[in-house]
Design a protein around this ligand. Structure first.
Ligand SMILES: CC(=O)N[C@H](C=O)[C@@H](O)[C@H](O)[C@H](O)CO
Ligand SMILES: CC(=O)C(=O)O
Length: 316
């Protein structure tokens, strides 16, 4: 370990789905297979557990603990880093989960802003984060910024102001927003041992240009290989290649969005692509109609069915 709170987090991080049984109970035995799949088929070595994609807010504290234990236990010696999302509406629940993540052997924790009672300014959100971080002071701590989902429209850069003084274990953020100016200002604020992870998979390349150290996202579960190729093309300076791959990702996501795309559809898509049985989503998400997942999976595999129709030369 290079610093008291662990190794810098870089590269791709899959925001994991939560496997449920057909009856809607957490399905722990799938997790070992899930880890095999990420490592062997996607080249993804880091996970972000119990976040948005994992329906973390729809799970009980007890379920979240069991999932954290399973991911940390099965990931040990195989995954590089297991980050557990411990954000809750209740500070006490978040602290409980933070302490638990430390005991379970997590490499870091992340916290989203509470969103029913929204923090009225960046200062009070920092205070909330600080009190969660203090419950697990030896774990790397990340702020999870996702304004479209929380409705907390603070600039991430404002949340970072002076945060290193309040949270000695602070190591970076997961930025799931489209505001690349705010993102750039975060990168420019952060010391080099922090990790700035981007979370809108459809425009990862733009964030790499702006200085992202890696990315956390749902699509890295099933498009990890392609996203890894974006990272390596970017590192080699081959922007043409990186852009071509990014456009392929954009085609798949925009196709999905046209058919209707949410965490439930995304989860079915992962089951369809990986062959893992992740089961249904939990209410209030509606189960995904099977043909939709099949159709998106096909689009990801094959790209657009037809290119432009070649023009006949009629004028000569
Ligand atoms: C709202 C949401 O789930 N965002 C994910 C992470 O932040 C992303 O990985 C998106 O799922 C992805 O960029 C596709 O839109
Ligand atoms: C994408 C992400 O980080 C999440 O699902 O929480």
């Amino acid at each position: 370990m290079d610093s008291p709170v662990g190794k810098k987090l870089t590269g791709l991080v899959a925001a994991t789905f939560t496997p449920l049984t057909p009856q809607g109970e957490i399905n722990l035995p799938v997790i070992g297979l899930y880890i095999d799949y990420l490592l062997e088929h996607q080249g993804v070595r880091n996970v972000f557990v119990n976040g948005t994609t994992g329906e973390g807010m729809s799970l009980t504290v007890e379920e979240r603990k069991k999932l954290a234990e399973e991911w940390c236990g099965k990931g040990k010696g195989r995954l590089e880093q297991v980050i557990i999302h411990v954000g809750c509406m209740s500070l006490k629940d978040s602290q409980d989960l933070a302490r638990h993540a430390a005991r379970a052997g997590a490499d870091g924790i992340a916290v989203v802003s509470p969103s029913v009672f929204k923090p009225s300014d960046a200062g009070v959100l920092r205070q909330f984060l600080q009190e969660v971080a203090a419950a697990a002071p030896d774990l790397a701590f990340y702020y999870y910024h996702i304004p479209a989902l929380t409705g907390v429209n603070l600039l991430a850069r404002d949340v970072l102001e002076g945060i290193e003084k309040q949270i000695p274990s602070f190591r970076g953020l997961k930025f799931s927003g489209s505001d690349l100016m705010d993102f750039g200002q975060c990168v420019s604020y952060c010391p080099s041992d922090w990790s700035i992870l981007y979370g809108m998979d459809e425009q990862l390349l733009a964030a790499l240009v702006m200085g992202a150290n890696g990315a956390v996202g749902s699509t890295y579960n099933y498009l990890g290989r392609k996203a890894n190729s974006i990272l390596s093309a970017f590192e080699k300076g081959d922007l043409t290649r990186a852009r071509t791959l990014q456009f392929e990702v954009q085609d798949g996501i925009s196709y999905a969005v046209k058919l209707g795309f949410d965490v439930a559809v995304n989860k079915s898509l992962m089951s369809e692509v990986s062959g893992l049985d992740l089961g249904p989503p939990r209410l209030p998400l509606r189960p995904c109609p099977q043909p939709r997942a099949v159709s998106i999976a096909q689009r990801l595999r094959e790209g657009p069915a037809t290119g432009p129709i070649p023009r006949q030369n009629t004028d000569g």
